[in-house]
Design a binder for this molecule. Structure first.
Ligand SMILES: Nc1ncnc2c1ncn2[C@@H]1O[C@H](COP(=O)(O)OP(=O)(O)O)[C@@H](O)[C@H]1O
Ligand SMILES: [Mg+2]
Length: 296
């Protein structure tokens, strides 16, 4: 069986649109016929789950002490005990369906202490490969085409796990000096991962987000991004109040009735980016082929 393509949305900065891009690329990929699972590692505020109206359910399960297992447990030694107890249901328990034809593993407050807990693991390769191991053993057999991981806007042990597992980074940037330098910092980080651990993470797509083409600044930065990243620059996503409103209402702009012109353009751009991304990640080598092939 083919392993699903994996992608992580990441940049070491909050608010550029990691969660928005993860949600919308996810839905765009689903509309193009892919089976998509979104994994929210971006923190206890559950932004990605909120995009799909799932967060009330999650909070309710936390309040009623019915939140075990959850995404933070898959990183811990405790996961083996959970699997022993629940069997195959363990991973099913994590996954929520949505109205927009994709599945989501929501965030959990346990993610807050996870960075420190992972920091206590001595061996770096063990510390950073926990998510990879979980996805390979428990999620790959479920047959998704794409697994999209939404990461927090900070470089830590959790984001290293996300990048290590995904091997493909999608990076939303706004028009600004700071974003350009953050992108360079990310590239250096990825190189370091390659040098230190032999784990190659591709910069699969840089997505200019919240772009207002009427402003000179946006135009200038678009040109700069195009010059710096000619091979991986995605189509710019317009700034759109509708994106913000949709998120607050618990869905994506794809699910807005009678969207505005800008909303429509945003959807079109997400769809084009999804198509491009699909081509770029689909020729990834399946990881751990030897384990996936049976002896008989
Ligand atoms: N293209 C856009 N147009 C308008 N608002 C946007 C756009 N993309 C993101 N936003 C808003 O910007 C804020 C930050 O986006 P978010 O995806 O949560 O960023 P991150 O995950 O990188 O912190 C959110 O309120 C979101 O609704
Ligand atoms: Mg986010």
């Amino acid at each position: 069986m083919r392993r699903p393509s994996r992608v992580a949305t990441f940049i070491d900065k909050g608010g550029t649109g990691k969660t928005t891009v993860a949600a919308h690329l996810g839905v765009a990929l689903a509309e193009a016929g892919e089976d998509v699972l979104l994994v929210d590692l971006a923190g206890k505020q559950g932004d990605l789950s909120k995009h799909f109206g799932l967060w009330d359910d999650v909070e309710e399960s936390i309040e009623s002490d019915d939140d075990w297992p959850n995404i933070s447990t898959v990183f811990q030694d405790e996961w083996d005990i959970i699997v022993e107890k629940l069997g195959e249901d363990a991973v099913d328990d994590l996954i929520h369906g949505t109205d927009e034809d994709i599945d989501v593993i929501p965030a959990h407050p346990g993610l807050d202490s996870l960075d420190a807990e992972l920091g206590n693991i001595d061996s770096p390769s063990d510390r950073y490969s926990r998510l990879d191991d979980f996805l390979t053993e428990y999620v790959d057999p479920l047959g998704y085409d794409v697994v999209l991981v939404d990461l927090p806007g900070i470089t830590n042990n959790v984001t290293y796990n996300g990048l290590w597992a995904a091997r493909n980074a999608v990076v939303p940037v706004e028009a600004g000096v700071f974003e350009a330098s953050q992108l360079e910092a990310l590239e250096q980080d990825l190189e370091k991962m390659d040098d230190s651990f032999g784990v190659t993470v591709d910069l699969s797509m840089v997505v200019p987000n919240k772009i207002d083409r009427r402003t000179k600044l946006s135009k200038e930065y678009l040109k700069e991004f195009r010059d710096a990243y000619p091979d991986v620059l995605g189509r710019p996503i317009p700034v759109s109040q509708e994106i913000r409103n949709a998120a607050n209402d618990g869905h994506t702009v794809f699910d807005v009735d009678e969207p505005s012109k800008t909303g429509e353009r945003a959807c079109r751009r997400f769809a084009e980016n999804a198509e491009e991304l699909r081509v770029r990640i689909s020729d990834d080598e399946p990881v751990r082929r030897t384990e996936a092939v049976s002896d008989d």
